[in-house]
Design a protein around this ligand. Sequence first.
Ligand SMILES: Cc1cc2nc3c(=O)[nH]c(=O)nc-3n(C[C@H](O)[C@H](O)[C@H](O)COP(=O)(O)OP(=O)(O)OC[C@H]3O[C@@H](n4cnc5c(N)ncnc54)[C@H](O)[C@@H]3O)c2cc1C
Length: 418
Amino acid sequence: MPAETVDAIVLGAGFVGVSAALALQARGRRVALVDRHGKAAGETSFGNAGIVQTEAVMPYVFPRAPIDIARGALNLDPRAYIRYGALPAIAPAIFRYFAASTPAGKNATARAMAPFLAAASAEHLKLAHDAGSEALLRRGGWIKAFRSARGEDMANREAEELKAYGIRPSMLDRAALTALEPHLSEAAIGGAHYADPLSTPDPEALAQSYAALFVNRGGRFETGDALSLEPTGAGWMVTTESGRLAASDVVIALGPWSNELARRYGLRLPFFVKRGYHMHYEAKGNAGLTRPVLDLERGYLVTPMTRGLRLTTGAEFARRDDPPSSAQLDRVEPFARELFPIGARKEPKPWLGRRPCLPDMRPVIGPFPGKPGLWLDFGHHHLGLTLGPVSGRLLAEMMSGEAPLVDPDPFRAERFGR
Ligand SMILES: Cc1cc2nc3c(=O)[nH]c(=O)nc-3n(C[C@H](O)[C@H](O)[C@H](O)COP(=O)(O)OP(=O)(O)OC[C@H]3O[C@@H](n4cnc5c(N)ncnc54)[C@H](O)[C@@H]3O)c2cc1C
């Protein structure tokens, strides 16, 4: 049977792929979205902390101070966890991450990210409005709570760095903190309240509402393996459960799995993953939270979700496919119990997700070097929910020759050489 033809195929139906498909569709293209699960948000986009983190202009850099490096290397800092067995495999990428984490590197990323992040909420609100899922975007911002003078210093330093980008959190003392979140224990002495970011109580439902919008507007959602991608004379072809699909343009939006396909076509990126876990908890009695709260000094976050209070962990440095470990969650859960009204675990084992990362903490968005018709939209690290819609817009603008909403150069794959 001959392949059916569409204008563009988007591979991967997480926040990033679904958003790219919608943005291309909005420009009049016939688009097919292909995912191996046959549904949206089956992976990383399912289990994140749900914050549209528009304040996250300063990238999460690798520590540079010797004392912080030593604490990290010895797994003494609960914000990160190293699987030592994975080190030989992941060391080169981690070294690139360290090397990119200079003050100059950090500032270059902040400059590129600031205008991009500034547009992120509006793009979500537009999609949620059209999808009828505005109720899944909650206002009220989020809080970085601290336990000590050292934590307060950290929060103040972060706030100081953000001033240049027009982002100003309200600094809360204990009374102001409990006015917002009355059930936080006395372990929290204050916090920084970032009031503007939206958050969602159900990232999976939000992504699926965007995918339903895409289908309602005439988009095709197919089940298939992206690794079946092959070049044809005129473009590209993918095999799905309903047959072969051909298109002149294909977007790789496979999140943590993107690198495999990129390498197959000769693009070698310093790609790595920061894994992270979540667990839901019952609230104790009638206690609860109304917005996400980060324990700044311990590096985990608790947020009210449809399924319960969701605790998400910081970064685990491991190979993408290493078996899950409960070590990171087991380590921070007692800290969470000190601070939050959490009761029993609601699931037998933690959910594992993988943040797709490049060393400069910027996604790769733009053409695949030397492969006409192939496009890249991945590596959104800690911010893929936040940046999915705005990345889709930027990519669609580049693919359509429109004026891009931000300078695309800092996001091009060529920044790592060819
Ligand atoms: C614990 C944790 C907390 C986080 N909190 C936040 C937050 O608060 N805010 C935020 O903005 N970001 C957050 N993130 C990051 C965010 O979740 C990710 O950046 C984002 O989900 C990445 O989206 P994606 O679409 O690129 O990848 P994914 O959601 O992983 O989607 C990739 C898709 O590709 C598909 N796929 C893979 N291989 C194939 C194949 N061979 N064939 C077909 N399909 C395939 C998968 O099935 C999947 O659907 C968090 C991440 C973690 C782990």
